[in-house]
Design a binder for this molecule. Structure first.
Ligand SMILES: Nc1ncnc2c1ncn2[C@@H]1O[C@H](COP(=O)(O)OP(=O)(O)OP(=O)(O)O)[C@@H](O)[C@H]1O
Ligand SMILES: [Mg+2]
Length: 257
């Protein structure tokens, strides 16, 4: 059974249809990259998957459980949306850490709120997990620093640890390195690569084409609100079928690749 099935998602803002019938699926442990030019709808798709936007139509199914279905009004309740969000973690381009909290506190906050809500007593496991995650991100000596005391690459690694803290089924990245200098990009790509090597299920929106080619099991090319082409990295980068995929990739081979 696929871990995620997305079927016929549509989303408009006003009269502009930004997502036009998006369907794809992925298996547990896979890394899927989404590439495409600016404005093609990549962020909007991730926001729909994370229930930060409500699709106008379509279904989102995780491990066989239909989380969202336009036909099901009950699925739109705040409680259901909050529950649905737990299946996904999202790492933003701009980190979005809480400035008033240390790295450790940023990672612990969501699990602490969840434990309080469920009336689960604190047995130290949230702290232990936060420490372990920050350690895995190479930040064991930065746990008590505030965001302003950290480099962009370090802040992004805290954000990744924070996204992992609730053990999401699927971890989503929206251009996780595009706000970083090239030397800091490498350290963040390295931890994402390590997550992929550990079979973390991930969706990565990225402009780093060589990274997408290396790390992904599947690549989705979006153009003007549709999936224009999807396939293995070898198919998409080595032998693209669609004219618009070829054109998009050609604009990169001249620069970034
Ligand atoms: N909240 C919103 N209200 C109105 N229009 C929006 C909103 N969010 C996105 N859009 C529009 O939807 C289209 C797709 O935007 P989106 O951010 O999903 O693109 P993207 O592929 O992530 O682009 P980029 O590579 O620049 O991040 C754009 O035309 C954008 O202006
Ligand atoms: Mg975007």
């Amino acid at each position: 059974m696929p871990i995620l099935e997305v079927n016929n998602i549509r989303k408009s803002f006003g009269s502009t249809e930004v997502l036009k019938d998006i369907s794809f699926s992925m298996e547990e442990g896979q890394a899927v990259s989404i590439i495409g030019s600016s404005g093609s709808g990549k962020t909007t798709l991730l926001r729909c998957l994370n229930f930060l936007e409500t699709p106008d139509a379509g279904t989102i199914t995780v491990r066989g459980e239909k989380l969202f279905d336009t036909a099901d009004a009950a699925g739109r309740s705040d409680a259901r949306i909050a529950e649905n969000r737990l299946h996904f973690g999202l790492v933003f381009q701009q980190f979005n850490l809480f400035p008033q909290y240390t790295a450790l506190q940023n990672v612990m906050l969501a699990p602490q709120l969840a434990a309080q809500k469920a009336k689960i007593p604190d047995d130290g496991s949230i702290l232990a997990k936060a420490r372990r995650l920050l350690d895995e991100m190479g930040l064991s000596d930065r746990m008590n620093n505030y965001p302003h005391q950290l480099s962009g690459g370090q802040q992004q690694r805290v954000a990744i640890a924070r996204a992992l803290a609730l053990s999401p089924d699927i971890l989503c990245f929206d251009e996780p390195t595009s706000a970083l200098d090239p030397e800091l990009t490498g350290e963040v790509l390295k931890v994402i690569r390590a997550l992929a090597d550990n079979n973390t299920t991930m969706i990565i929106v990225t402009h780093e084409m060589s990274f997408a080619r290396d790390v992904s099991d599947k690549v989705i090319f979006m153009d003007q609100g549709v999936i224009a082409e999807q396939g293995t990295p070898a198919e998409i980068f080595g032998d693209p079928k669609e004219e618009r995929t070829k054109r998009f990739l050609a604009s990169y081979t001249r620069g970034a690749m």
